[in-house]
Ligand binder design. Structure first.
Ligand code: PMP
Length: 358
C-alpha cells in the first residue's frame, strides 16, 4: 500500500479481544463475562422501554444513570462520568487526562489495552515490572519518579491479584501531581474499592464497568468516579467526540442494574463461591493458581505448555484465554469463572487433556 493512510495500518497495533466464537455449544470461559443472565429488573426496564422514543436522541448527559451511580456510591452527580463500556471511558481518560511530558506508568503485565491507547494518543509509557510473585509493588511505581499519570487494574488482569486499599492510598499520598487511574473492572469479586477515597484525592479516577459483576457486557456501560474537575475534563473530551455515547436502552438497563442490590449481591457471591471450588480443584490437579480477587483465575500446570493446554481444552469444547506474551505468563491459562455445571465440564475436559502426554 502506498497511500498515506497505509501508515496507520503499518504503525498502529490494535488490541486483540478474546474470541467471541460463532460455533454453538462451546463452554465460553475466555473473556470474563458473567455466566448468569442479568437481573430480571434490568430485563424488565429494557423490555418495557418505550421503543417509539428510539427515534429521539438519548440524554447526552445520561443523567438518570449518573444519578443511580452517584446514589450507589454515595457521591454527587458531578463526580460521575458515564461511557459506552469502560473501554471508552478509559480511552477518554487517555486522551484528556494522561497526555503529558512524562511517561505514563502501568504494570508490565496488565490490561493490554493500555499500551494501545497510549500509542494511539502519542503518550510516552513506562511499564513497571511486577514482582516475582506477580504482585504490583507501589514502591516500584514510586521509584520511577516524575510521571504523566499512573494506571493499573485492581484487581490486576490477567493475574487477578488485588492491591490492598492501604497500598493504593500510599500511592496517592506519594503521587499528588499526576492522575492515578484505578481500573476496577473486577473489584466486586473480592478487592476493596478506591471509590471511598474519591473525596480525599482530587487526582484519583476510579473506572468501573457493568460488564462483569452486573452481567451486561453486551449493553456497553462503564463509568468513572472522580473529582468534579477530572469529570469535567472527561466530559469535554466526550463532547468533542460523541456527545451521545449511551443509547436509551443502555441508560434504562444501567439504572435498573445499579439499583438491584439483591441480584448484584447474590450473583457476585455465587461467583466467588464457585471460584473457591475451582481453585481447590485446580490445585488438587497440580496447578499453581495465583491468588484471585476477580471473576477469573490465572493458573499454570508446572511442566505443561500453556498454549497446548488451551488448544487441548478447545478440542474438548472449552474456551479459555492464553497469552503468548510476555513470555513470563505464557505457561498460564486465564479461566473465567462459569456456572457450577460449566466448572464441572471444565474440570472433566482438563482431566482428559492432562491425561494426554505433555
Ligand atoms: N478493564 C479491564 C481490566 C478489563 O479486563 C476490561 C474487559 N476486557 C475492561 C476494562 C473493559 O470492559 P468494558 O469495556 O466491557 O467495560
Amino acid at each position: 500500500m502506498s497511500r498515506y493512510w497505509s501508515d496507520i495500518v503499518s504503525q498502529l497495533t490494535p488490541y486483540v479481544p478474546g474470541e467471541q466464537p460463532k460455533i454453538d455449544g462451546l463452554i465460553k470461559l475466555n473473556t470474563n463475562e458473567c455466566p448468569y443472565g442479568p437481573s430480571e429488573k434490568v430485563l424488565a426496564a429494557i423490555n418495557g422501554h418505550n421503543t417509539e422514543a428510539l427515534r429521539l436522541y438519548s440524554d447526552p448527559q445520561a443523567l438518570a444513570l449518573k444519578e443511580a451511580i452517584a446514589d450507589y456510591h454515595g457521591l454527587s452527580v458531578a463526580q460521575v462520568f458515564v461511557g459506552n463500556g469502560s473501554d471508552e471511558v478509559l480511552a477518554h481518560a487517555f486522551m484528556g487526562l494522561l497526555k503529558h511530558d512524562a511517561p505514563l506508568l502501568f504494570p508490565d503485565i496488565s490490561y493490554s489495552f493500555y499500551p494501545v491507547y497510549a500509542q494511539l494518543y502519542g503518550i510516552q509509557t513506562r511499564p513497571v515490572a511486577l514482582a516475582e510473585d506477580f504482585s504490583l509493588r507501589v514502591d516500584d511505581l514510586l521509584a520511577v519518579g516524575k510521571n504523566g499519570g499512573i494506571i493499573f487494574p485492581n484487581p490486576n488482569a490477567p493475574t487477578g491479584i488485588a492491591l490492598p486499599l492501604t497500598e493504593v492510598e500510599r500511592l496517592l499520598q506519594a503521587n499528588p501531581d499526576s492522575v492515578v487511574v484505578v481500573d476496577e473492572a473486577y473489584v466486586d469479586f473480592g478487592a476493596d474499592t478506591a471509590a471511598t477515597l474519591i473525596n480525599r484525592y482530587p487526582q484519583l479516577l476510579v473506572v468501573r464497568t457493568l460488564s462483569k459483576s452486573r452481567a451486561l457486557a453486551g449493553l456497553r456501560v462503564g463509568y468513572a468516579l472522580g473529582h468534579p474537575d477530572l469529570i469535567e475534563a472527561l466530559t469535554r473530551v466526550k463532547d468533542s467526540f460523541n456527545s451521545y455515547p449511551l443509547d436509551r436502552l443502555a441508560i434504562a438497563g444501567g439504572v435498573a442494574a445499579m439499583q438491584d442490590l439483591e441480584w448484584f449481591e447474590s450473583t457476585r457471591q455465587r461467583i466467588i463461591t464457585t471460584r473457591e471450588r475451582l481453585v481447590a480443584a485446580l490445585e488438587a490437579r497440580g496447578a499453581q493458581v495465583l491468588p484471585s480477587a476477580a471473576n477469573f483465575v490465572f493458573a499454570q500446570f508446572p511442566g505443561r505448555d500453556g498454549a497446548a493446554l488451551a488448544a487441548g481444552l478447545r478440542e474438548q469444547r472449552v474456551l479459555v484465554r492464553h497469552f503468548r506474551r510476555p513470555e513470563r505468563i505464557a505457561p498460564f491459562l486465564r479461566i473465567t469463572i462459569g456456572t457450577e455445571a460449566q466448572t464441572d465440564a471444565l474440570l472433566a475436559a482438563l482431566d482428559v487433556v492432562l491425561a494426554a502426554a505433555p
